[in-house]
Design a protein around this ligand. Sequence first.
Ligand SMILES: *[C@@H]1O[C@H](CO)[C@@H](O)[C@H](O)[C@H]1NC(C)=O
Ligand SMILES: *[C@@H]1O[C@H](CO)[C@@H](O)[C@H](O)[C@H]1NC(C)=O
Ligand SMILES: *[C@@H]1O[C@H](CO)[C@@H](O)[C@H](O)[C@H]1NC(C)=O
Ligand SMILES: *[C@@H]1O[C@H](CO)[C@@H](O)[C@H](O)[C@H]1NC(C)=O
Ligand SMILES: *[C@@H]1O[C@H](CO)[C@@H](O)[C@H](O)[C@H]1NC(C)=O
Ligand SMILES: *[C@@H]1O[C@H](CO)[C@@H](O)[C@H](O)[C@H]1NC(C)=O
Length: 390
Amino acid sequence: MARVLFCLLFVGLAVTFASNRRLRISLHARENPMGSQLSQRFLSISTNTSSSNSTDRRIRLPLRNRNNVEYFGIVSMGTPKQMFKVMLDTGSSNTWLPSSNCARNNWACQNHRRYNASRSSTHVQDGRNFTLFYGAGSVIGYLSKDTLHFGGTQLPNLTFGEAMFQYQEVFDSVIFDGIVGLGLGERAWANSTPFLELLCAQQLVEECVFSVYLRRVPGSMRGGEIMIGGIDKSRHSGSLHYVPITEYGYWKFEISKVSVGMENIDMAVSAILDTGTSNILLPEQSFDKLHKALGATTDYDLTFVTCELDVLPNIKLLIAGRTFPITPRDYVKEVLLEDNIKVCITRFSPINLSFWILGDVFLGRYYTVYDATEKRIGLARAVPDVAIAA
Ligand SMILES: *[C@@H]1O[C@H](CO)[C@@H](O)[C@H](O)[C@H]1NC(C)=O
Ligand SMILES: *[C@@H]1O[C@H](CO)[C@@H](O)[C@H](O)[C@H]1NC(C)=O
Ligand SMILES: *[C@@H]1O[C@H](CO)[C@@H](O)[C@H](O)[C@H]1NC(C)=O
Ligand SMILES: *[C@@H]1O[C@H](CO)[C@@H](O)[C@H](O)[C@H]1NC(C)=O
Ligand SMILES: *[C@@H]1O[C@H](CO)[C@@H](O)[C@H](O)[C@H]1NC(C)=O
Ligand SMILES: *[C@@H]1O[C@H](CO)[C@@H](O)[C@H](O)[C@H]1NC(C)=O
């Protein structure tokens, strides 16, 4: 199959807002891997080097949570460190930050922290430009290299984009300044090694894996944690269920069946795990079937269901022989309208794609492991509401 088609796919970032009647903006990111070389890469993460002892080389990166729609962590770029809030996005592979050279009238850039290359002694020029396409706009700039600091670790020579222009409406309203892509090399800029592979190539972690624990406690800013280089067993209950990834680049795998009661919503369909998407996005025909099964009504591009959660069914995802339910508590959002009327909307959105995008709604319920060495993802029930000092 022509893998160049990757660049036409919608992936990555989707931000959803809910306030009063301005209920939802949903944006699906599209990405164009520059030059899209898609060379076959192999992760050779050598096992124990002779002398090194197994001190804990897992890196913990605490997350902040804004209203269960936006998760971000703190990293720094350069020497001395310049600090940024970043979205750690499993749905894309490239990293970018706003540039201090960005357009004066680009509020999305001016209202965020900006990276100033001339203040960093470790900055290296790349000389190439980039454009990342999103559903409703784009991020344009040029590539640089510098040292990324996060969770007490430093990662030298990370290629990242300095954004000169960011599409305003989307990137102005988010808290995070930029994005660190946690996807794999096939979807990264040509001749650049993305975050995870660079980290593994430099042997900064024991294992080429990371794990995501998203905390969804109303009103709490503590958003959970990404653990890089390992798995935190205290964050999940039951065994991890591993599934091979079906498309290297994405964290993509196959769902055998999606059902509601006796009703089949989808069969043998692919899905990606995407921390950069708030909701669950699904192909339009499946979306229609699902909403019929839930007795939902649609208005203002929103899908309303009853607020009596007890009468709503679970949605069951059958993945490699194990069922992963999504409950009404996960997929229903209560919204108070201006006149104090409570309505309930679902956290599902249709998308013109052939695969599902399992965003924060799913990742809040399930602890997920992203294993680049074994080319698989792991799923287990997340331990709900574990307090983390962030
Ligand atoms: C190496 O591991 C052993 C046994 O676990 C431990 O006693 C020792 O302190 C470790 N050494 C270092 C340098 O971490
Ligand atoms: C690698 O480290 C693990 C745990 O520290 C140890 O059990 C294993 O024997 C080591 N393997 C080699 C090849 O040194
Ligand atoms: C970047 O840093 C340099 C050196 O401190 C400074 O002269 C310059 O004004 C800064 N650029 C911007 C756009 O802030
Ligand atoms: C990058 O973009 C700038 C501004 O549009 C342009 O002047 C420059 O020629 C471009 N460089 C390359 C290598 O395309
Ligand atoms: C980073 O790149 C520079 C040259 O661009 C090189 O000298 C240095 O060894 C690299 N560092 C690592 C850790 O790869
Ligand atoms: C859905 O995507 C296909 C292929 O990308 C395109 O041809 C079609 O026009 C799209 N449909 C809508 C409603 O946007």
